[in-house]
Write a new protein. Structure first.
Length: 165
């Protein structure tokens, strides 16, 4: 049975995480091609849309999107996946893996294309929040008014002359 290490990257946050899948959970990935967009439930991320971006086989050879099939080939490269030249115009023959996921693939690189949509809260909740904020805004006004009344009553008492009894 197939066993894959899946490296799932989130371009928005710049973070990635690794998930290991084996047995019957790995079967839906076999036969997929680089660049395909799949549902995240196959990897354990329900609701996400995920693009397969690359991978490598058991011998460490990288997958390349322009080599068709699940085969290993020796190709002359000038640039791109699997070759970075130090000199201008340099070419080199390198062994690479095709663009189809087979059981010989060990690592699969993926990135999140679309996250699940968040559900909006009902409009009633927003209305209740407004009511609470209005209530809290009214409470200080009422407290200030009651303090003013107390002060006025204290002032009235102080101004009135005391009559001896």
């Amino acid at each position: 049975m197939a066993k894959f290490k899946i490296v799932l990257s989130d371009p928005e946050t710049g973070k990635s995480q690794m998930v290991e899948i084996e047995g019957p959970k790995a079967v839906p990935l076999v036969g997929r091609r680089l660049g395909e967009i799949i549902d995240g439930t196959a990897v354990g991320f329900g609701g996400h849309k995920i693009r397969i971006t690359g991978g490598s086989d058991k011998d460490g050879f990288p997958m390349r999107p322009d080599i068709h099939g699940g085969v290993k080939k020796r190709v002359i490269l000038t640039k791109g996946v699997g070759f970075h030249s130090t000199e201008k115009g340099a070419r080199k023959r390198k062994t690479l893996r095709g663009n189809v996921i087979t059981e010989e693939i060990v690592q699969i690189n993926m990135k999140i294309v679309e996250k699940p949509k968040k559900q909006k809260k009902p409009k009633q909740d927003k209305g209740q929040k407004k009511k609470k904020s209005e209530e809290t805004a009214e409470e200080p006004k009422e407290a200030a008014e009651s303090e003013k009344k107390k002060e006025e009553s204290n002032v009235d008492k102080a101004e009135s002359p005391k009559q001896p009894t």
